[in-house]
Design a protein around this ligand. Structure first.
Ligand code: PMT
Length: 406
């Protein structure tokens, strides 16, 4: 059962173009069994209607502190006190400033002062605004006070510019909410090394070979392991995802850089999880200057080192988990990969299917282990898949440690 089942939550929505994504968030929260009261600021109502949220949450939407028709309006203190958590997504620079300074001039900011449970703020604004010293000072004030303020994502912004300011993905907000509400620390004392994202293999100074990995699967694994108490290092190829709070991120580009970083951080690691989509090949001799166009070009490729197999061969005592990106004969190919790489657990996904695998928010995986176990998991969010993998690792390790009784 989801940790959100039956939880009373307040979701504050402020006036940002990203307000439409709050609709998806309400859908996911209610799907997980949470009871969500949505609170819209006056400016949020210009982007999304209260009706949409009322329909999805099945509850009255709070907008006006002085609405004489609304019982909740006079109950803002009780509402704040009863909520298991208060989430603001998207949160504008204006809301963040008001929250940092204790200003309570509308329903949402008043409930923020009344809230007794954890508060999670997911910012969305233009990149220049996020970087402004005033915004950064307000964010620091809130964090010092124990408010969880997520880092915005990087990418195209509503202004037409590109930068850091996008609302973090719904899955990331959910993951952070879980970590605020779930005090499970079953990975305390573990040192987890996760790889994520694609690698880039240069052809010349301006071009490279890569693949469709977004890094979502690996980042969810790192965040879930950190939430469950592990010390986590995330070796990441290039992605647009904000680093999970509390995780040490080691950015790399090529497979060779990834290999070096993984081997460097292997000592003392108890669990290695290789979710990265490492390019199997690289250009044998990348050109030193830009290759000119308008002629046929033959690229000579050479295989990259198999990092996973190398890690397993080192027999450091770490529990090694690999992934298999397959497009056909998933179970058969995955079994062969498990044996060829000499690892403990393999997570196989069919990357030819829409809605799962590369760059999707969900995944559907088959877990096969060296002790002969095979467990297909239904389609679920990558955050949930991450938790299921980590639980499986703990269960398998415990079982492997027990003496065999005949
Ligand atoms: O990043 P997302 O968009 O969220 O997508 C998730 C994912 C599809 C990338 C992920 O679920 C996944 O399947 N990751 C493994 C991708 C892959 O490279 O699979 P593979 O079957 O080619 O490799 C098998 C394993 O060996 C992987 O653990 C891989 O990290 C590792 N490997 C592969 C090649 C190589 N040279 N070195 C390696 O360590």
């Amino acid at each position: 059962m989801s940790t959100l089942a039956g939880k009373e939550l307040i979701l504050g929505v402020t006036g940002s173009i990203a307000a439409y994504k709050a609709v998806l968030l309400v859908r996911e929260l209610t799907r997980a069994g949470a009871r969500v009261t949505v609170c819209l600021t006056e400016h949020a109502e210009r982007f999304v209607t209260a009706l949409t949220f009322r329909t999805l949450s099945g509850r009255a939407v709070l907008t006006d502190l002085f609405d004489p028709q609304s019982d909740e309006a006079v109950e803002h203190v009780a509402l704040g006190e009863r909520a298991a958590a208060l989430i603001v997504a998207p949160a504008t620079a204006n809301l963040i400033a008001k929250a940092a300074h204790g200003i309570a001039d509308d329903f949402l900011t008043t409930v923020l002062l009344a809230a007794r449970g954890p508060v999670l703020i997911a910012p969305a604004m233009d990149g220049g605004m996020w970087d402004h010293a005033a915004v950064q000072a307000n964010v620091a004030t809130l964090r010092q006070r124990g408010v969880a303020v997520l880092e915005p994502d990087t990418g195209p912004l509503a202004s037409g510019l590109s930068g850091k300011g996008r609302l973090p993905e719904v899955d990331v907000i959910l993951e952070s909410l879980h970590s605020l509400l779930t005090p499970v620390r079953d990975l305390a004392g573990e040192r987890v090394l996760v790889t994520a994202g694609p690698t880039r293999e240069p052809i010349d100074p301006v071009r490279y070979i890569t693949n469709r990995s977004s890094g979502k699967m690996g980042y969810r694994l790192a965040a879930a392991a950190q939430r469950r108490g592990a010390t986590v290092t995330l070796v990441s190829g290039p992605t647009a995802i904000a680093p999970p709070p509390g995780v040490v991120v080691v950015p790399v580009e090529s497979a060779e850089e990834m290999r070096e970083a993984v081997l460097q951080h292997l000592r003392g690691t108890t669990i290695v999880i290789k979710a990265a989509a490492v390019a199997d090949y690289r250009a044998k001799t990348p050109a030193a200057t830009k290759i000119k166009g308008k002629r046929d070009l033959t690229l000579e490729l050479t295989p990259n080192p198999d990092i996973l197999a190398e890690v397993a061969a080192q027999r450091t005592g770490a529990f090694v988990v690999g992934f298999a990106a397959e497009t056909d004969d998933v179970a058969k190919n995955a079994q062969a990969k498990l044996e060829a790489k000499g690892i403990e657990l393999l997570v196989a996904n069919d990357v030819s299917r829409a809605g799962i695998g590369f760059d999707a928010d969900d995944n559907e995986v088959l877990l096969i282990d060296r002790w002969g176990g095979a467990e297909p998991l239904p389609r679920m969010s990558k955050g949930e898949v991450a938790d299921a993998i980590l639980s499986r690792v703990l269960a398998l390790r415990k079982r492997a440690a027990q003496p065999v009784t005949r």
